[in-house]
Design a protein around this ligand. Structure first.
Ligand code: SAH
Length: 245
């Protein structure tokens, strides 16, 4: 199960934090580290902070965008030191551990961490299904990046130890890239039937994306929706042809 979980660090400024995060992961049985546009990598500082987790650091995947880091993930959990200010369902660290332990039985899961200075950008938050807030002193709830990785990895490790292998496996969810194809298909269809105007879509697509991210359709349900869209497009084309005759 832990093998289906990845830690994604976005645009990390201090290489020491990358090394410390790798060490935090390894102590809790995690090994898949993704670095989105790191300020400095590889670096002697991150190596030294990784200590016995140099293998996790060496195996890290470096990508340019969050979208690339989560393309094959079905569950994306953003972390933020700001409680209740994001438009996503919020989980505590403990609930996050339990949820990930369950969902990672059938799906790839990403835990996404923001920049030391600015956390996650809005467009990155929009790519997440949940927001995790580590309950902390309301006067200063901002943990060091690697400390936040340690705590969430610990909760996941504990939940994975408690997780019963007899429990029902979680339903298979579509990968992020399949959802992207679905949104493209939906947008084309809405344009074709004149519900939105190409190049002037307004907020409709953003709102629909939010709806589906919240509803989290299963793989089979998404296939039905795509089938419906294809049929609508076919009918619209037939009508256009008939009108043209
Ligand atoms: N100034 C930033 C804080 C960044 S701390 C902000 O306002 O968002 C660096 C990262 O550590 C955060 O982006 C988040 O991924 C994680 N983090 C720190 N404290 C956290 C907390 N209490 N709950 C969840 N994640 C936290």
């Amino acid at each position: 199960m832990l093998d289906n979980v990845r830690i994604v660090l976005i645009n990390t400024f201090h290489p020491g934090n990358i090394g410390s995060a790798a060490r935090a992961m390894k102590t809790m049985g995690l090994s898949h580290l993704y670095l989105v546009d790191p300020e400095q990598h590889p670096s002697p500082q991150s190596e030294s902070m990784a200590a016995g987790a140099k293998d996790v650091l060496a195996g890290a995947t470096v990508v340019g965008t969050l979208q690339e880091a989560i393309a094959d993930c079905s569950v994306v959990i953003g972390t933020s030191a700001r409680s209740r200010s994001l438009s996503l369902p919020q989980l505590s660290a403990r609930q996050c551990g339990e949820q990930v332990a369950r969902e990672a039985t059938s799906n790839q899961v990403a835990l996404v961490f923001g920049r030391e200075t600015m956390g996650l950008h809005n467009d990155e938050i929009q790519q997440c299904n949940y927001h995790v807030y580590i309950p902390a002193n309301p006067e200063y709830p901002v943990l060091n990046l690697a400390a936040a990785v340690q705590l969430l990895s610990y909760e996941l490790y504990i939940a994975s130890c408690d997780f019963s292998t007899d429990a029902q496996p979680a339903p298979e969810l579509p990968e992020n890239r399949e959802l992207t194809y679905f949104y493209e298909h939906l947008e084309q269809t809405l344009e074709k039937v004149g519900f939105i105007i190409a190049n002037h879509p307004g907020q409709t697509m953003a709102k629909l994306r939010r709806l589906f991210n919240r509803a989290r359709p299963e793989k089979t349900e998404l296939n039905i929706l795509r089938g419906i869209l294809s049929r609508i497009q076919q009918n619209a084309s037939t009508r256009e042809q008939n009108q043209g005759e």
